[in-house]
Every structure is written in structure tokens, then in C-alpha cells.
Design a protein around this ligand. Structure first.
Ligand code: NAD
Length: 368
């Protein structure tokens, strides 16, 4: 009994649902964390090694991200146990079975996450009538294709730079991960005059102190080829991205990549977090003490969920970009000002902002 409630606190989770359909080998968990601000929006992750705890932590992160972004949504998340590279027909059957199982969890709206994509969301939408991150053919705004999160990251950088007196013309950027988030962040930052001095993917790190050609790297990745096949720059090992001398270091790949044991290698002044939980709490504390400005994930990378929320409410791509720009800028400024004033970590200031909104919404509810 106690064990099942080990994640519980004043905010949630409202429900943790375990799903098991033996006939199709479906095992899944849905966490509806907090719905005070509205129906919980959060991704469906497919991976063989996820846990209830990971699902809860991701659901809670969505509660804060959606609240901080001022969206009419609570936070939730789900995980389907399985290898996302399974045969397409098997995957479709599994995802449709999952959709059938969540049909009556009407306050949870699924979106894409690691291991699922817009096609999976189209199947879920057909089965349940609810999903975000849909293909444009069925009314979606293709948030990864248009670079919603990378656009928001560039807006975040544009505000954060004022707090450290950094001129974006010629500012040197290093990017870990050159996927949906990373490549668009590079593109939007290049438009502001930044120089991409290094980028990495699973194939390695590519570095050029005088700057890499962002357009050429994007074309290479879109052709399905790894960064190491690009003809220019120096090829280095994957984790050499940590050592790159730069002004802005952007994590846009995996969780916990900056830890107590490697944080001393970073040589940047600003870290807008594109990836979710890219730093351990210890590493984030060390960076703060060293004067590196870290803009926390749920403020800096909210562009994607803002776009998904716009889609859910029938908004246009243009309206989504306008809202991302306005909200990410305002939140970055508010969080960094509060953190400076109270001498706290930006993450603590960001949490205060999100918690305030969730608490206010909870006070208007009968059950809380
Ligand atoms: P993606 O799969 O499109 O791209 C990930 C990139 O990271 C790929 O280029 C991959 O080669 C690279 N990569 C993986 N492991 C690496 C490693 N160890 N070192 C260097 N590169 C590595 O994923 P994405 O959608 O760009 O998401 C990246 C991160 O951003 C994830 O943490 C995700 O949760 C987070 N995020 C994504 C969005 C979004 O809109 N897609 C929104 C918010 C947060």
C-alpha cells in the first residue's frame, strides 16, 4: 500500500493506471499527475526499460511545463513497454490496443515522445478521439518539422543573453544532439548571428572554431546520414562535445548527460536546456556556483507542447509561433529575474512560478 503511494504529494499523481492486454502482449502505464489546469497532456514513450517511477517523473515535469507555459492543461505521461523498432504491423496493433485501453481516461491527451511519432498519434486519435502531435494530413501542426522547440530555444537565448551581457552576433554555440530540437535551434540561432562551432550526434562530434555550415548539416541529417559524414570540421568522439570552448552549450539529446563527474569539462556561459533533465541536480548546482546561466528544461523547451496545445484547440501554425515567442520570452525573463533577486537556482525560481499557478487552479477545484 505505502509503496504504491511513494510518489504522492500535495500535487498528485491523481491516478496511476497499469494496463495489461495479454493477447497482444501490451503492458503499459499511464500517470495522470495533476489536472487542476485542464486535461493532462503528455507524451507516450515506447521503450523496453521504462519504469513507473520514470513515468511519474515525466508526468510531473509535464505538470510544471504546461502550467509555466500558461496552457489550459495538466500534466500526464504514459509508457508502453516494448522495442520501438518492432515490425510496423505489430507496433500498430500494440498502439491501437493501448488506445483502446485509455479510451475512458478522458482527462489524458496523448502526444508523441521517444519511440512514438505522429503516425502513432493518428492511430490513437482514430481509436479515442484524442491525441496531439498529429500528421498535417489529419489536421496536425507538424511541430518537429517546423522546429517549434528549436524556435522557442532561440527566443529563450535571446532573453537570457541580456543577463550575462552576451552579444549574439558571433556568439559561439555548441549543440549536443542534432535531431528535431538541435537542428532547428541551430538554424534559428544562426539567423540571430550565432556561429555553430560544434555539433554532435550518436556518430560523434564535429567541430570547427570558425563555424560549421548549419544548412549543409541539416541537409545531411535529413538525408538520413550521420554528422561524421560531413566533409568539413574536425571529427572527435561523441563526448568531446563537452569540452568545446563556446559561449552557449545546448543539450538536445539524452537525460543526465551532465553530471558531477563531468561538469568541470563544460566551458560555456549559458545553457538553455533543450533536452529534458539533461543535468543532474548536483551538476546544475555546480554550474550555478560557477556563474553559468542555466535556463531549465521546462521553461526553455516548452515550444513543442505549446504548439501541440495550439493544435488541440484548433489554432494555426502562425498563432503557435507567436505564442511560443511571447511565452518563452516572458517566462525566461521572469525566472531569471527572480533567480537573480532571490539568489536561487533558476530551476527553483521556475518551480515557484509553475507551482503558484497549479496551486491557484487547485483552489478552484472541489477535489484537490
Ligand atoms: P531526436 O531523436 O529527433 O534527436 C536526438 C538527437 O540526439 C539525434 O541527433 C541523436 O543522434 C542525438 N543523440 C542521441 N544520443 C546522443 C549522445 N549520447 N550524444 C550526442 N548526440 C546524441 O530527438 P528530439 O525530438 O530532438 O529530442 C531531443 C531531446 O529534447 C529529448 O530529451 C526530448 O525529450 C527533448 N524535447 C524534445 C521536444 C520536441 O519538440 N521534439 C520538446 C521538448 C523536449
Amino acid at each position: 500500500m505505502e509503496d504504491l503511494f511513494r510518489f504522492s504529494d500535495e500535487f498528485g499523481p491523481a491516478r496511476i493506471i497499469h494496463i495489461h492486454y495479454p493477447s497482444v502482449a501490451l503492458k503499459a502505464i499511464v500517470v495522470v499527475d495533476n489536472t487542476a489546469c485542464g486535461a493532462a497532456v503528455g507524451g507516450v514513450r515506447m521503450a523496453p526499460d521504462v519504469s513507473a517511477e520514470e513515468c511519474f517523473r515525466l508526468a510531473r515535469a509535464m505538470t510544471w511545463k504546461n502550467a509555466a507555459a500558461g496552457l489550459p492543461h495538466g500534466g500526464g505521461k504514459s509508457v508502453i513497454f516494448g522495442d520501438p523498432r518492432m515490425a510496423a504491423a505489430v507496433k500498430e496493433q500494440l498502439v491501437r490496443a493501448f488506445a483502446d485501453a485509455i479510451g475512458d481516461i478522458t482527462d489524458y491527451v496523448p502526444g508523441p515522445d521517444m519511440g512514438t511519432d505522429e503516425r502513432c498519434m493518428a492511430w490513437i486519435k482514430e481509436e479515442t478521439g484524442r491525441a496531439v502531435g498529429l500528421p498535417s494530413a489529419v489536421g496536425g501542426i507538424p511541430l518537429d518539422e517546423i522546429g517549434a522547440t528549436g524556435f522557442g530555444l532561440a527566443a529563450c537565448v535571446d532573453v537570457a543573453r541580456e543577463f550575462i551581457g552576451l552579444d549574439l552576433k558571433g556568439a559561439r554555440v555548441a549543440l549536443q544532439g542534432f535531431g528535431a530540437v538541435g537542428k532547428h535551434a541551430a538554424r534559428f540561432l544562426a539567423e540571430k548571428g550565432c556561429v555553430l562551432v560544434a555539433a554532435s550526434d550518436t556518430s560523434g562530434t564535429l567541430a570547427a572554431p570558425s563555424g560549421l555550415d548549419v544548412g549543409a548539416l541539416i541537409a545531411l541529417k535529413e538525408a538520413g546520414r550521420p554528422l561524421r559524414e560531413h566533409g568539413s570540421g574536425t571529427r572527435l568522439p561523441v563526448d568531446a562535445i563537452l569540452d568545446v570552448d563556446c559561449d552557449i552549450w545546448i543539450p538536445a539529446a539524452r537525460p543526465d548527460v551532465v553530471r558531477a563527474d563531468n561538469v568541470s569539462r563544460l566551458r560555456a556561459r549559458l545553457m538553455p536546456q533543450g533536452a529534458n533533465i539533461p543535468c543532474t541536480p548536483e551538476a546544475e548546482q555546480v554550474l550555478h556556483e560557477r556563474g553559468v546561466l542555466v535556463v531549465p528544461d521546462f521553461i526553455a523547451n516548452a515550444g513543442g507542447v505549446i504548439c501541440a496545445s495550439m493544435e488541440y484547440r484548433g489554432g494555426t501554425q502562425r498563432a503557435a509561433f507567436e505564442y511560443i515567442d511571447e511565452r518563452v520570452r516572458a517566462n525566461t525573463r521572469a525566472v531569471l529575474q527572480e533567480s537573480q533577486r532571490d539568489k536561487t537556482l533558476p530551476r527553483a525560481a521556475a518551480l515557484k512560478l509553475a507551482e503558484r499557478r497549479v496551486r491557484t487552479a487547485m483552489q478552484m477545484r472541489r477535489w484537490r
